[in-house]
Design a protein around this ligand. Structure first.
Ligand code: C2E
Ligand code: MG
Ligand code: MG
Length: 701
């Protein structure tokens, strides 16, 4: 409907009459009334004029040449914008038939010719007034229909007595139902809802009937295309004057999209996007719930915190992409050991957690932990890399005394750290002792940071002696912490914490600087060929900036690179042989030597060792320790020495404490040794004294 119909200052009336006099007579009367007037002489002209000007009213003579009034009226009504225009028919025949014919053709009113002017004017006024109301109503309906469409709202009515159901066009659209396909009764519609939803609706309706309040329910309906759709329905009832319920009026809305979006949001909020496992938030919520149930049932539950061992190495050395894939593979394996009632979640990084509800004994929990350790210890091939990251598990169990979620998680965490300290690939139950230890390790970390800033760390040197000649060939740099109150702290008491927190990276770099600086000084004092051995921790070795650090330290000290020997451990090379080989080759390209420290304590096989670019093997003191004064119990040491020789590596024995042990090494042609038998690690100034003294020769070489 054209807006200008309502917006015109003066209504526009089209007067159609083939008789000139009659036309002018009416035209004048209308002009006097203050209307604008246009005219036409026959039906055809009338249709053209009406289409062009959209008048507010048409006064149409019935008897006309070319096209009579009835035909013109019908032609006008075919135009959508002219559907509501009042058409007043001028009929000379005041008989029922012509009046009916007029109305059938779409006229709104009629007046008999010759026209009685006062009556005519009144009819025109009425016609215009009705038309205005009609247009407003029509526009209102259009707007409403539009709003319904936008809001995906459909309107329905249900006649309680006859069970007839009326649907607005939008309902059909919304449910993708053709009007001809649908039986318009309430039951037919309800048949399309799910059984449990139907109960819900029935209840809502009965509540409304009982309390006379509107209802709002959501339910699923099946569409003709077999898809389910979620509908929100709001309805109220209508009563007649006697208070009898006659009808329900309601709207329905398609909320499928909203639900899907909500589901998605919920999924994002509660599930880990990488592994699809519940995330930390959901874990905490479930734990809270399970704890509440446990309290009520007076049962107990266990939490297992699972942290992957050395996962950081995978991430640091092979990149996050492979790291992510590995975590997904781990999650898939963990899902397999979880019963439906248990919650396995990823808390973040390489940390997972499991809630075991209703556990009966520690043995049962241990069985689950063992199962998890077992599946984790199996290797996983990711993009051609065969990777293993075993797990460390900490277990806490709820009890009447301990039902707090955060406490339980903390306890499981502490137990997990205990497993880590024990070398990983194991599980551990929480006990109260752990609490104080955790305290200790936290304050240690803080102090250690300060120690680095306050120069409390010192390097001691332990001589490395030639087995054949007794000459000092070099020394191993061994760190100590000169604590202002606690005195000298050995590395075993703080290196693990430094490893755990990553502090080992700056600490390791500092040792490298200090040891190179000191060695260069001794070189300049005339002890040119002294080789400095420096320990490199796993974390340091796999740190992205390690090679660059080594390079800049070597440059800054100006040391002869052939006199620098970096000691790595088997654990540094455990995760990925390819990465280890690459790093080791880069180091060797810098000109430094590489030793494998503590050899024999790890899992390395001969073939594994064969692939690594190494210069020296250090036999762990565990293999030297038991060699007695008769030179017995050295079988393993002998084997390792032979193995190293077959690989063309030089051999250093650690922890030599007696002449007999030294004799054994001489016999088996070990190259160098370290040990208390000659000297422990000592401060730099004492080491200098040792260098200058001939005292070493007192032992038998
Ligand atoms: P390691 O590299 O195997 O060092 C040898 C350890 O054996 C040293 O202990 C040394 O003092 C000790 N030792 C030497 N001779 C004997 C002996 O005859 N008998 C016995 N029982 N022990 C002997 P220390 O200095 O306590 O160092 C322990 C470990 O701490 C080192 O083992 C090394 O893994 C680590 N560490 C020491 N300094 C550093 C460092 O600067 N960086 C890193 N990453 N680790 C270090
Ligand atoms: Mg060492
Ligand atoms: Mg060692």
């Amino acid at each position: 409907m054209d807006n200008h119909l309502l917006e015109r200052d003066k209504p526009l009336v089209l007067v159609v009459d083939d008789e000139l006099v009659g036309r002018i007579y009416i035209e004048k009367a209308l002009l006097n009334e203050g209307y604008n007037v246009i005219t036409a002489e026959n039906g055809q002209q009338a249709v053209t004029q009406a289409k062009r000007h959209s008048p507010n009213m048409i006064v149409l003579d019935v008897m006309m040449p070319v096209m009579d009034g009835y035909q013109a009226c019908m032609a006008i009504r075919e135009q959508e914008q002219l559907l509501q225009v009042p058409i007043l028919m001028l009929t000379g025949l005041d008989d029922i038939e012509s009046v009916e014919k007029s109305f059938d053709a779409g006229a709104t009113d009629f007046i008999v010719k010759p026209v009685n002017l006062p009556i005519f004017k009144q009819r025109v006024r009425n016609g215009l007034k009705n038309c205005k109301t009609d247009i407003e109503l029509y526009r209102h309906q259009l707007r409403l229909a539009h709003a319904h469409k936008v809001a995906q709202l459909g309107y329905w009515e249900w006649d309680v007595e006859t069970d007839a159901l009326f649907w607005s066009d939008e309902v059909y659209d919304l449910l993708s139902v053709m009007p001809c396909e649908f039986e318009n009764n309430h039951q037919a519609f309800r048949n399309r809802t799910r059984a449990d939803d139907y109960e819900k609706i029935k209840q809502a309706v009965s509540q409304t009937l009982k309390h006379n309040t509107p209802y709002s329910v959501e339910y699923q309906v099946s569409r003709p295309d077999q898809k389910f759709q979620i509908i929100r329905e709001q309805a109220d009832l209508i009563k007649n004057e006697k208070g009898k319920i006659i009808r329900f009026l309601g709207i329905i809305q398609d909320v499928t999209e909203t639900h899907l979006a909500q589901d998605k949001i919920r999924h994002l909020a509660y599930y880990d996007s990488l592994t699809g496992l519940p995330n930390r938030t959901l874990f905490h919520e479930r734990l809270e719930y399970v704890l509440r149930m446990a309290r009520r049932r007076e049962s107990s539950l266990a939490i297992l915190v699972i942290d992957l061992d050395r996962f950081k190495n995978i991430n640091d050395s092979l990149g996050h992409d492979i790291g992510d894939k590995f975590l997904q593979a781990v999650a898939d394996k963990l899902k397999l050991v979880t019963r439906e009632a248990d919650t396995m979640a990823r808390l973040g990084g390489d940390e997972f957690a499991l809630i075991l509800d209703g556990v009966s004994s520690n043995q049962d929990i241990a069985k689950v932990a063992e199962k998890i350790l077992h599946i984790l210890s199996k290797s996983q091939t990711i993009q051609g890399n065969e990777l293993i990251s075993t797990g460390s598990i900490g277990i806490s169990i709820s009890s009447a005394e301990c039902l707090d979620k955060d406490d339980l998680i903390k306890q499981a965490d502490l137990a997990m750290y205990k497993s880590k300290e024990g070398g990983g690939n194991q599980f551990c139950f929480y006990n109260t002792e752990m609490k104080s230890r955790a305290h200790h390790s936290m304050s240690l970390e803080k102090e250690l940071r300060q120690a680095l800033d306050n120069n409390e760390l010192v390097v001691h040197y332990q001589p490395k002696i030639c087995v054949k000649t007794g000459d000092i060939k070099g020394m191993e740099a061994l760190i100590r912490w000169q604590h202002p109150e606690k005195g000298l702290i050995p590395p075993f008491d703080f290196i693990p914490v430094a490893e755990e927190t990553g502090l080992i990276v700056p600490i390791g770099k500092w040792v490298l600087e200090e040891a190179c600086r000191q060695t260069q000084q001794w070189h300049q004092q005339g002890f040119e060929m002294l080789v400095i051995s420096i320990n490199v921790s796993v974390r340091q070795f796999l740190h992205i900036g390690f090679i660059a650090d080594v390079c800049s330290v070597l440059d800054a000290s100006g040391i002869n690179r052939q006199c620098v020997d970096l000691e790595i451990t088997e654990s540094s090379t455990m995760n990925s042989i390819e990465t280890s080989i690459r790093i080791l080759n880069e180091l060797r390209a810098l000109g430094v030597k590489i030793s494998m420290d503590d050899f024999g304590t790890g899992f390395s096989s001969l073939s594994f060792l064969n692939q690594l670019p190494l210069d020296t093997l250090k036999v762990d003191r565990a293999f030297i320790k038991n060699i007695n004064s008769q030179g017995e119990n050295g079988e393993l040491a002998k084997l390792i020495i032979a193995m190293a020789k077959s690989l063309d590596l030089s051999i250093v024995a650690e922890g030599v404490e007696s002449q007999a042990q030294l004799n054994f090494l001489k016999l088996n042609e070990c190259d160098e040794f370290q040990g208390y038998f000659v000297s422990p690690a000592i401060p730099a100034d004492e080491f200098e004294v040792l260098l200058r003294s001939k005292g070493l020769m007192e032992t038998e070489f």
